[in-house]
Design a protein around this ligand. Structure first.
Ligand SMILES: [Zn+2]
Length: 675
């Protein structure tokens, strides 16, 4: 849970390289995407992508559509074929990889059985909730649900201790609210108010679907909402949570009661089946203090309704269509502007990937992973790493003392490329014919897997993403950069593309992940992954001053009528984009093409580098989706991810002859440079 995995893009929303989706003879950098009516210096994103943006409206099943989505479609097709084949194979031995993947997928596609079952697969949990008689039984039920993958009220997981990453420890965090962020309960702007009002109608709607009369459903809905407001009030903001010191609070079973009087942690541990452990990390002690108060202050009936609502809300996508549709209407349509559901196969595909991803991933890499791509990627990563080291050595603002340690950290990055060396063992997981049951069984399997880590040395071979995932991440606890197979094949990698295009695309992505090791969060961890201060106070102050320039640039950016980007929330990603692009540019300049001034399609090598970067970020985004992301996504909107970093780079000004009269022009003394 507390694995601080810093990704390139939020779940499945990465835009990456600028190739078309077919292997035929498309140009690797498509000049027809360019809108020549826009001056490059006025809005480079619109200049580079204007025609593409006009010609590629957002499909009804999407809330955003960009280069990533086009490429992801290819991946979907490959996985769809694998799943169809596995589902058709009725002779796979019971317990085999093909049986588990095939039956899981088939159970999800069996909409007739799902419709017929309705909500009945949850009956067992409902009756347990009905039978709760006192606070101890309430604590026991909440813990039991966590072991079944229905995590309600708080977050729980086992992961390495931030200050001693060789040891696994139990970790607790805030959770339990139905809106995507605490701010949704308090912000007073019109958009958020509308969503909050819709949520207040959605909760009673779910109670009615469960069979309650309208009046009772309305009362229960209000009680549940009011209870969530209390949880939200006690919750930390996303910006506060970016500080790993603030969320690092270690307690023993003996002293924890001082901060959360009234909450019996021994019972919490027992309910979660935690054995032989007496210490824990609590991300947000204030939240658990409030939970302890509510155990007695909130009527038992409200607690039961709260548990039932979250049970059904969480499982709705896997229940009969009335539950699924109600949830879709609220979370996808009203909140994010999605007009139609994605086809069923795509939704089930995501669930199978999320549940038994290392089984499906084995099939995927056997068929689609190319060792050449891995080799090429390794070369690129090494080039970028060397260039980054040069840049650190030459930093004018950092002392030699801190540089020495930074270089050790950079030099010891673990590089994971493609897929895991050690597949997860799923032999204890049974998959049958009932979709919801399969989902709960795999959640239980994951829970047991998580718990089995306790008392054992930390296994650093584990992956936080499945092989087909089209994304990448940096994990400060392991000091590792990870690139799943999903991004390592055509069209993400194009051997036919010139270096300018590859360095402006995948090169900048590699640099992005590396810079996460030195962004506002990553820099707080050392080479071995421990949260420890290796900076001199003077260097820390200089870093913050320089990073502050980037924060200000984004705070000043408006993307949607009056909505400003939160520069603090997006600080790490913005630093990674600026650092990544700068490193990639310098590495590109070492290549043959980087030295030449030979034009391709009428563009110089430097122009192609920046055009490639810009076309990576091409995307149309619905207003609702944009507004929701501004509140919750640590990544800035695509247009800004394209435009702001380059506005800090002298090379871009030169490449496109940008003048002080151009809208994107930044005076030299206002440009940011950190890494
Ligand atoms: Zn990132």
């Amino acid at each position: 849970m507390n694995l601080r995995k810093i990704t390139l893009a939020s779940a499945a929303l990465l835009a990456m390289v600028s190739f078309k989706t077919s292997a035929q003879d498309y140009p690797v950098l498509d000049p027809s995407n360019i809108d020549h009516s826009v001056r490059p210096g006025d809005n480079f994103f619109k200049y580079a992508n204007g025609n593409w943006l006009k010609n590629n409206p957002i499909p009804a099943t999407e809330t955003r559509w960009g280069s990533f989505n086009e490429l992801q479609e290819n991946n979907y097709k490959a996985l769809h074929q694998l799943l169809d084949d596995a589902a058709k194979n009725r002779t796979a031995p019971k317990g085999s990889r093909d049986q588990k993947v095939g039956d899981f997928y088939r159970s999800g596609m069996d909409s007739v059985a799902i419709e017929k079952a309705g909500i009945t697969p949850l009956n067992g949990v409902f009756s347990r909730i009905d039978n709760i008689k006192n606070i101890n039984e309430l604590i026991a039920e909440i813990g039991k649900e966590h072991t079944e993958g229905i995590g309600t009220l708080y977050g729980f997981g086992v992961s390495p201790d931030d200050k001693n990453v060789s040891r696994e420890i139990v970790q607790f965090g805030q959770a339990g609210i139905g809106l995507p962020d605490r701010d949704y309960y308090f912000n007073t702007d019109a958009r958020t108010t509308k969503i909050r009002d819709a949520y207040k109608e959605y909760i009673p709607q779910m109670f009615m679907l469960m069979g309650e009369p309208e009046a009772e459903a309305k009362k229960d809905g209000k009680d549940v909402y009011d209870f969530e407001v209390k949880l939200a009030t006690a919750s930390m903001t996303r910006v506060e949570r970016r500080d790993p010191y603030k969320t690092y609070n270690k307690y023993s079973l003996q002293n924890v009661n001082e901060v959360t009087p009234g909450l019996d942690w021994k019972k919490v541990f027992a309910s979660l089946e935690i054995k032989n452990e007496d210490t824990m990390l609590i991300g947000m002690p204030v939240f658990f203090k409030a939970v302890a108060v509510e155990l007695t202050a909130t009527p038992m009936n409200t607690w039961k309704k709260y548990l039932k609502f979250h049970l059904v809300n969480g499982m709705a996508p896997f229940l009969s269509s009335k539950f699924d549709q109600a949830r879709f209407d609220f979370y996808s349509t009203k909140m994010r502007g999605q007009k139609e559901q994605k086809p069923r196969w795509k939704r089930v595909l995501s669930v199978v990937d999320g549940s038994v991803g290392e089984l499906l991933g084995q099939m995927y890499v056997e068929k689609y992973f190319t060792p050449e791509a891995k080799k090429r990627m390794q070369e690129l990563v090494n080039n970028l790493q060397e260039t980054y080291a040069d840049r650190i050595k030459n930093l004018e603002w950092m002392s030699d003392e801190t540089k020495k340690i930074a270089l050790v950290k950079l030099g010891t990055f673990v590089k994971k490329i493609g897929y895991t060396d050690k597949w997860k063992d799923y032999s204890k997981l049974t998959i049958g014919n009932v979709y919801v049951t399969n989902i709960m069984a795999s959640a239980k399997f994951e829970y047991d897997y998580d718990m089995s880590k306790l008392g054992h040395p930390v296994d650093r071979t584990v992956w936080g993403m499945t092989p087909p995932t089209v994304n990448a991440y940096y994990n400060p606890g392991f000091n590792e950069i990870v690139f799943p197979a999903g991004i390592l094949q055509f069209p993400f990698f194009n051997f036919k593309a010139d270096d300018a295009v590859n360095y402006g695309g995948i090169g900048a992505v590699i640099g992005h992940e590396m810079t996460h090791g030195f962004d506002d969060e990553g820099r707080l961890y050392d080479a071995s992954g421990n949260l420890t201060n290796w900076w001199t106070p003077a260097d820390s102050a200089k870093f913050e001053e320089r990073a502050g320039v980037v924060v200000k640039q984004f705070n000043n950016s408006v993307v949607l009528d009056t909505v400003h980007v939160n520069g603090k929330l997006t600080e790490g990603e913005n630093l990674a984009d600026l650092g990544g692009l700068s490193i990639a540019y310098q590495a590109f300049k070492k290549t043959k093409e980087g030295h030449s001034d030979e034009k391709i399609d009428g563009f110089t090598p430097d122009q192609r580098f920046f055009l490639s970067w810009a076309q990576v970020w091409r995307a149309n985004t619905r207003d609702q989706e944009m507004a929701s992301r501004i509140m919750t996504d640590p990544h800035s909107p695509s247009e800004l991810r394209c435009n702001v970093p380059i506005s800090n780079m002298e090379a871009w000004y030169k490449a496109f002859n940008i003048q002080p009269t151009d809208k994107m022009y930044r005076p030299a003394d206002e440009r940011a440079k950190v890494w």
